[in-house]
Design a protein around this ligand. Structure first.
Ligand SMILES: *Cc1c(COP(=O)(O)O)cnc(C)c1O
Length: 242
């Protein structure tokens, strides 16, 4: 494998880990309380292999089929976890149920029901995060949650998702609108955390510990607002062209 490729990825991966640790320390959090999901979407297999050689352990993918090829190629790497972070089309539910270690983007009751069916056939438990659209951006997926006065309307569906015995709900995820400056994302991260507190108050027996939020541009603000997973591609691999 290409040693200079590995070392340049390792350097950027370590730098991001350092920035996460600094952001965590500044608000009195343990650096280990934040997991770094290295987003390998649209990266060829050689880059993904180099990232694993450089130390990446949690890999994030957006497209099920693209991911499954990489998962198969890397299946000897038993310490690697595959996280699905993109919208899952209904007909891809079986792939996701069978091949991924965690789903960050559970965005509808319908998807939950389909996943439950395949997971029960495989006898598998899938950790999931509920994705919320906290910005009212039309292009974003997720349960609608931009209007805080209407949060009570989310409770019946969330309650139904919690009943599926093969889905292990662990928390919430969001993708704010794209901004050049991190500070503009902060109110959306704060809203997701308030929503977590709201859901935890209504479903106190469920597990709401995880918040998946923050990308290359704004992960430090996300950590300050309570992120436990940040999802980072470009800060490690350079600008994505596709
Ligand atoms: C692409 C993507 C990321 C990573 O974005 P970068 O700018 O590469 O850090 C994070 N989350 C989701 C849902 C994505 O689609």
């Amino acid at each position: 494998m290409n040693a200079s490729l590995i070392s340049s990825i390792r350097e950027r991966y370590q730098r991001v880990l350092g920035q996460i640790a600094t952001a965590a320390a500044r608000c009195g959090r343990e650096p280990q309380s934040v997991f770094l999901v290295v987003v390998t979407k649209s990266q060829p297999l050689t880059i993904v292999q180099a990232a694993v050689a450089a130390g990446a352990r949690l890999l994030g993918e957006n497209y099920a089929e693209e991911a499954v090829e990489k998962i198969s190629a890397l299946k000897a790497e038993s310490e690697v976890e595959w996280h699905m972070i993109g919208h899952v089309q209904s007909r891809k539910s079986e792939l996701v149920a069978g091949r991924f270690d965690m789903l960050h983007s559970l965005d509808s009751l319908k998807l939950a029901a389909r996943l439950e069916r395949f997971l029960s056939q495989h006898g598998k438990l899938l950790p999931v995060l509920l994705e919320f659209n906290v910005s009212h951006e039309e292009s974003k997926y997720g349960f609608p949650a931009w209007d805080e006065t209407r949060w009570p309307e989310l409770l019946p569906e969330v309650g139904q998702v919690l009943q599926f015995s093969h889905l292990a709900v662990r928390g919430l995820m969001t993708m704010p609108p794209y901004f050049e400056t991190a500070e503009l994302s902060r109110p959306y991260f704060q809203r997701l955390r308030r929503l977590r507190d709201f859901l935890a108050a209504h479903f106190p027996h469920a597990d709401w510990r995880e918040l998946s939020m923050g990308t290359s541009i704004d992960f430090e603000a996300a950590v300050q607002e309570g992120a436990t997973y940040v999802r980072i591609g470009q800060a490690i691999f350079g600008p994505r062209t596709t």
